[in-house]
Design a protein around this ligand. Sequence first.
Ligand SMILES: Cc1ncc(COP(=O)(O)O)c(C=O)c1O
Length: 472
Amino acid sequence: MTDSVYPLEPSAEEMRAMADQATQRIIDHIASLPEQPATYSEDGQTVANGLSEALPETGTAFAELLDLLFDQAIPVSYNTAGPGYLAYIPGGGVFSSAVADYIANAVNRYVGVWVAAPGLVQLEVNVVRWFCEIVGYPADAGGILTSGGSLANFTAMVTARRERLPDNFLTGTIYTSDQTHHSVRKAAVLAGFPAENVREIPTEQCEIRLDALQQRIEEDRGAGFQPFMVVASAGTTNTGAIDDLNGVADIADREGLWLHIDAAYGGFFVLTSRGRAALQGLDRAHSVVLDPHKGLFLPYGIGSLLVRDAGALKRAHATSADYMPPMQDDPKLIDFCELSPELSRDFRGLRAWLPIKLYGIDAFRESLDEKLDLTAWAADELRTIPNMEIVAEPPLSVVAFRLVPPGRSEDEVDDLNRRLLEAINARRNVYLTSTSLACGYTLRIRVLSFRTHRDRMEQCLKDIRESVEELV
Ligand SMILES: Cc1ncc(COP(=O)(O)O)c(C=O)c1O
């Protein structure tokens, strides 16, 4: 509600009051994150039902709307921004990114074409350039910021298809492992391929088997298919496994395939010395996905696709129309709409630019290093719990584990671990999730929040120990 003649144009005073009220609630919320339960969703349906409403004809006071958000809607959720969120792939939510979004949305400049906001476009170009540098790409590489890893994988798939296959592409085949994120399969189907053209190569210790990859490519060629793309994983969702990137790159070189590396989760660890050692070969890819809303702790809604030959993105996506402003010929002046499926979009570059400029990349490197330390510490602690099996040694910041007391059937062990997960999460200090691996039902700790420190990991291990004692 507003006193202005034009309610959509609040006065300076009203804007300030609105921003101040929202800021106060946000600061209180952030301050209470460590005390909030790691997850709370029991009343989800009741709350959702209570919030369902018809189109409002008239306005409501801002304070009341903030109450609705902060008192009703926000609390019933996974505490994805809190230190105890060790589930799935933790996001982050660095505050300066939120401020960047506020500025970007308030000024609402258009960054889809260079001519509409050359300075702002340059800031986003800088971000893409920095990410290329992080990966080890040459100066003429390029890329695009997306809404997340799925859209980045999709854009990579379309780019590779258009670079390597004719318009009639249905015999084209794509090689992934049985551990590759499902967004790659989805991307292939959305890009027009039959689902069965995605060949899921078996893995050993969750890493793609190079012999099986080579063999399948040869068999497919013999059967009249056109192998054109291989997708390697640099940090799988299941266990954080990293494929032998140089090994896959050698096969891609030999076979003339487009090598795409899904480093959505693991890629930014290349900033650290341990990550760099684990991710050797990353720079050999034709394209790489890095997700700043994972490895740079930014709020949900920012992924990136980096392409070694920036021209490939343009060849795949550029189209023209008479009503559009002129596009730039100078390769340094970027029209983002020519590199992606999107025309209008948010100015998402600012949410990466502001925190990186404000803190420097070293602050992120330090925090990622801390995550590696915490994970290694957690793995060592888990090893001291009787009958606890580390299913996958942490290549980065994930440790997969399960309790395997002797003399129990596979089903009994799975059931025990299911109950173990419930018991840990019921304490609400941390939230862990599970997956299904060859060995069976497996729990995971994934450390990727900038707010997770040693105190929370100690709490996590305490909760695990107590839950094990309760059950065994
Ligand atoms: C390895 C990997 N690739 C891609 C994705 C998809 O990313 P997004 O959720 O940002 O679309 C994920 C998501 O967890 C992932 O772990």
